[in-house]
Design a protein around this ligand. Sequence first.
Ligand SMILES: [Zn+2]
Length: 627
Amino acid sequence: MSVDDEDTRKVQTAVAGRAGSDDPVFMPFDAEDFDRFLEHYPERSFYCGILLGGCGKRLSAKRYVDKKCHFAHHPPVHCKRTANSESSADHLYIGKALQLWFAQQGQRGVNPSYRPSGHLVGEAVDLVHSAGRHVLRVQMSRRSKAEWEAADTELAGLREHVEWLFGPDSMVANWQMERLGYALRVQCRTVGTTRSVEIGTQFPNKPVEWTTLSECRLSERGITTPSLTEMHRGVRGEFQRADRPPYSAAPVAFPLAAKTVAFTGAVRAVESPVSAAAARIIYHADVQPIGSAVVRAQLSLPADAPVPEYLRVYLLQGAVLSSLALPDKPDVKWLISADGIRLIEKAAAAMWQGLSSHPAASKSKPPKDRAIATTTPARHAADVLGVLAAVIDQTSLALDQEDMDSVRQGARELERLLGTELPRTDALRARQELQECEAWIAERRDADEQRASESLTSCLDWLDTEGDCLAVQELRRRIREAEDLSEEAGDHFWLEQEERLEQWQARLAVELNRPSRQEIRALGSIVRRALELVVQSKQVLSWEQLAEWAEPKLAALLPEDKLAVLVEADRETPESRPLLSAIVVESNRQRPDPAYWDVLFELEREVPHETVKRRNWRSVLQAHGIV
Ligand SMILES: [Zn+2]
């Protein structure tokens, strides 16, 4: 496919003024709204905006009576923009609306960033406020749970407070609800000639409650919607009080002197809110700064750092000490985050006496799966029972925390323990715990599949409304997403969804077979030569006859491509001459082929009013010498 294939796209959005503008423009579909719309933009300076992922070229506004109005590039087109639909400038509408809202909340100079690092335009918008301490990220494009968590960790490393707003396609809100109990959503709706921004509050198993930004206010936790105010009023009234100092729970971080802090007895924390998929992993460990006492603390290490062995002593590198200010964990005290760790030789370990003589280091086995792997069954019965107790503790906690990875790991460990010789009561206890884990995993899988199935339905609904306006690459991407979801949906992939997905797959196959721009031009000159001959013999003919006679490929063209071929055929027709396309008629020969009126429009000729179309066409035929 060449880059200029996309000439026939229906571009619904643009920016006004200049190519780099962040001033979004939405083209209403109806001809009536079109006229009102142009009153706002008398100078018609519309551009295929850089912030829309566009080529920056000027666009013309096309008015249609019998189909959606849209913007169009002037040929030749070299535009790789993929998002052209009604919603394709929503990130700009949302950014602008939030900027205005922040100003109304007393936060001036908040500028939306439409290209946060690692993102393409349209994927996310960042608004940094409260003197740079807080960031609001609007997630527009779809993200997996792991990607979202990684982004959240990254932002949390830069700002004191991270808040998320999820767009309709992000599909992340469910995980935020798992974490916070609710999620904030954002969407745009067409109202007249603009897109209006709405903020939603979503609680599990309830429809999203939508409101306008003017109903929301900025509180110490960020955007507070009327529904959240309701919720907090129910939970704890003091949240309402405006006289509290903002962000009283802001965490602090102290850098720790290099080569002074060591640890041992590290165990991966199951209650860590940071999952295995995230960029960092949390451990519990016995930590000792030189000359101080040993404390049990939480360690946060990069996920790619070596996994510390339970019995060994390590030095922390690039460590900072911070308070853990997690909204749902008021009791967690300190967290040490480090860039990396280094194993300490026995001799050097003497500097951290507390660690080398610490119970963790003298214990023969750590309470984790490494212990199970190295334990000879029944040789150290007491050890095995100790491990079993630790594993059961871990899995119960993981079940409470609904931490899938840890529950799975716990189940595997229980299975292995059940393979060893356990006293009967302990075996019974282990089996019960294992059954509980398995039941929960199955239930959870079912819920995940159901969720994927719901996402699939919204994806298909979206395709049904927007799919016709998409460039082929974007269509292909969306269909792939739907295909992925259909796999994730497992037993919840329904026949009805399968049929709808197949329809879109078939549609895509047709789109992919569409002629390139070059082929359109070639077909255009074939058609031109054919029509010239027909005009000379004072005849008219239908598109089907033309295909039969001149080029069989014409018969299978989509309406858009047929139009493009006719436009090419008539592109060289002098302005003083009537269009050749006029002699392509409907099969009853009473009317021109409907594409004729669009050819007039595309070539910027006057399109006659509905009531005089017939008469006008007759006079064109006469001008051709056909009576
Ligand atoms: Zn463009």
